[in-house]
Design a protein around this ligand. Structure first.
Ligand SMILES: [Zn+2]
Ligand SMILES: [Zn+2]
Length: 289
């Protein structure tokens, strides 16, 4: 197997939690009621629970090996088959996709969009996205998911944001909603893409804020998989056949690159601890934009 990038070690924890055995499905909302579901999911996202996953599965992973990847796949299948059973994780379920919180977020906002089509969800994204109709559907659902992510990012950041100040002040002053000055464009801080060599078999699109500020960010690959061309924006699909991002050697090289700050482009070589300290500082600067 040429895909050294997909070693299971560093990507395992970009996955959602394995639902606990015997976790009772809560008395259920219908999974086929989009408007209502959407509203509930939004309210759920707006709650402060976003950064506090309830399950403690993350801390009890017994070992990290490729073998332990197999339960993840089952877990993702459960999400798409029975989204109503996971109200703490699922933000939105449509007939085509399920949007969940990544339980090991690598940034302030980190969601996963899972397609429900059995014909596509086991394919590598490069293959699945060759289906133009499927790709169009995923782009559309990812775009609305990014809006949800941006709204939550705005909720968390706007108290600090210089660009949002006038809008916040106007809101406090009771100015009607449609007369408010524009605030910061939080959508521009949300990225939508896939990993060139995904860790999980089940097709998933990452919807992630750009800050990389998270105590779940623990390894080189955690950072580089989102901050090099290893991360491929869904908007870039379909890729040309000669796109270098399709080459395994190119992608493995990306993962072992020196660390470069996403914001100021400062190079940190192999110094992960220094990078992490710097990311904390940049988070404070970015928040205040
Ligand atoms: Zn991934
Ligand atoms: Zn920087």
């Amino acid at each position: 197997m040429a895909e050294a990038a997909e070693d299971g070690e560093d990507f395992l924890d970009d996955s959602p939690h394995v639902p606990r055995d015997g976790a009772d499905p809560p008395a259920s909302t219908s999974q086929t009621a989009p408007p209502d579901k959407k509203r509930n999911a939004f309210a759920e996202l707006m709650s402060p629970k976003l950064k506090a996953p309830k399950s403690d599965a993350s801390d009890t992973k017994p070992h990290r090996s490729l073998k332990s990847l197999s339960p993840w796949k089952g877990a993702l299948l459960d999400y798409i088959k029975h989204p109503e059973r996971f109200p703490d994780s699922v933000l939105r379920a449509t007939p085509n996709t399920v949007l969940i919180k990544d339980s090991f977020p690598k940034a302030t906002i980190h969601l996963l969009l899972l397609p429900r089509s059995p014909k596509h969800h086991d394919l590598h994204p490069h293959e699945a996205f060759k289906d133009a109709e499927f790709l169009a559907m995923m782009k559309e659902e990812a775009a609305s998911a990014a809006q949800i992510a941006a709204a939550e990012l705005g909720r968390q950041l706007s108290p600090f944001s210089a660009a949002s100040k006038a809008r916040n002040d106007a809101m406090d002053a009771g100015i009607p909603y449609d007369e408010l000055p524009p605030g910061r464009d939080y959508l521009s801080d949300i990225r939508v893409g896939i990993h060139a060599h995904p860790s999980m078999a089940h097709l998933h699109v990452h919807i992630i804020s750009r800050d990389m500020h998270s105590d779940r960010l623990k390894h080189r690959k955690h950072y580089n998989s989102f901050n090099t061309s290893f991360f491929i924006p869904v908007a870039d699909y379909p890729l040309d056949e000669d796109d270098e991002r399709l080459r395994t050697s190119f992608q493995n090289a990306n993962l072992s690159k020196e660390f470069v700050c996403w914001r100021c482009k400062k190079v940190f070589g192999n110094k992960f601890a220094e990078l992490k300290r710097h990311l904390n500082e940049e988070f404070e600067n970015w928040k205040r934009e």
